[in-house]
Write a protein that binds this ligand. Structure first.
Ligand code: UT7
Length: 325
């Protein structure tokens, strides 16, 4: 039975100019390049300066995605921006990006699901497109986690970085089969019981502070491996596809060991996994679209190929999506 599909038309990225190495971090906290590489796979990350806010990076990523799609802001009906580090408590970063694009029609709003934010935003945009109410959407992941890091806490400050990336989706008629181009399935989950494992100790509605990121890394790691396997299984089961059908596995880039464990469970070899964690660290909601932009940019992801994305983050939130590129 024919149905509307959300097809990826383009993607683009924007990274802060400054690159910070592990060696630089070892001058700030008691750590070493060796520890960071071994435990996380991270070698460097980009850190935003004061002019490179989340909306500035998000706008640059949106422009790059539009250019790669051969489209202009007038072609877009909806902007969904995934971020946990908005420029301001309000207005939404998405409306700031909308204005920076000189776009004064349609609707723009933020989605907040921390590291799962891009999967959530993709899911929300997909629902708009397949309902027939929206023709095209910009889905952006944009973060400046460096602003909420406690630079004295070696357990967290070595792990995160800043950046933004975006995809353009358009609604297309499909045949309703797995051979269709576009988003074939999305699956999102959350469980608020685990709030204390990964959170920010401030907020407009509590202490009026921006706060700092706090994490029980080992606990998050354990849950990530279980929850990511569950969501990936749910998505594959819903489509009847198998791990061996996946051309590219593009996971959230938090830790190379988590990525490797999930890929192993899926039966996807390392050669079909896209890694950017070594260069970007954990950029939260930006990490998946940044990895997509890299693998599309260097020619690995080709139209018609099957791409699986997944993420897990604070909340806890987690989810996955299967996309025929
Ligand atoms: O994006 C979604 C959310 N985030 C994640 O998915 C991250 C999940 N967690 C992780 O990636 C890992 O748990 C970490 C990379 C955070 C840590 O790796 P680990 O193998 O779980 O290490 P650990 O937390 O068990 O710590 C091992 C040791 C500790 O010392 P003791 O207690 O064994 O003496 C830490 O104090 O390493 C110490 N340590 C460090 N040493 C050097 C913690 N941070 C550092 C550091 N440099 N930066």
């Amino acid at each position: 039975m024919s149905r509307i599909r959300s097809v990826v038309r383009g993607c683009g990225q924007a990274l802060p100019r400054r690159v910070m190495s592990n060696a630089e971090l070892s001058a700030i906290v008691e750590t070493s390049d060796e520890w960071i590489r071994q435990r996380s796979g991270i070698e460097r990350r980009h850190i935003a300066d004061e002019t490179e806010t989340t909306s500035v990076l998000g706008t640059a990523a949106a422009r790059a995605a539009l250019a790669s799609a051969g489209m202009v802001p007038a072609d877009i009906d909806l902007i969904v921006c995934a971020t946990s580090t908005p420029d301001y408590t309000f207005p939404a970063t998405a409306t700031q990006i909308q204005n920076a694009l000189d776009m004064h029609h349609g609707a723009a709003f933020d989605v907040q699901a921390v590291c799962s934010g891009f999967v959530y935003a993709l899911t929300v945009a997909d629902k708009f497109l397949i309902s027939g109410s929206t023709r095209s959407a910009l889905v952006i992941g944009a973060e400046t986690f460096s602003r909420i890091l406690d630079w004295k806490d070696r357990g967290t400050c070595v792990l995160f970085g800043d950046g933004a990336a975006a995809v353009v989706l358009t609604a297309e008629q499909g045949a309703g089969t797995n051979a269709d181009r576009g988003i074939l399935h999305t699956h999102i989950r959350s469980d608020g019981r685990y709030r204390d494992k990964l959170y920010v100790d401030g907020g407009a509605g509590s202490n009026g502070q921006v706060g700092h990121l706090r994490m029980e890394g080992r606990e998050v790691f354990k849950h990530a491996v279980i929850n990511l396997a569950d969501t990936v299984e749910a998505t594959l089961a819903a489509t009847g596809l198998k791990g061996s059908d996946i051309d590219w596995f593009v996971p959230h880039q938090a830790n190379k060991r988590i990525i490797d464990a999930t890929a192993h469970k899926l039966g996807v070899p390392e050669s079909r996994v896209v890694y950017t964690v070594q260069d970007h660290g954990n950029t939260s909601a930006a990490s998946i679209p940044l990895a997509l932009a890299r693998a599309v940019g260097d020619g690995r992801i080709q139209p018609g190929q099957l791409v699986l994305v997944e993420a897990m983050g604070g909340g806890f939130t987690w989810g996955s999506a299967l996309i025929r590129w």
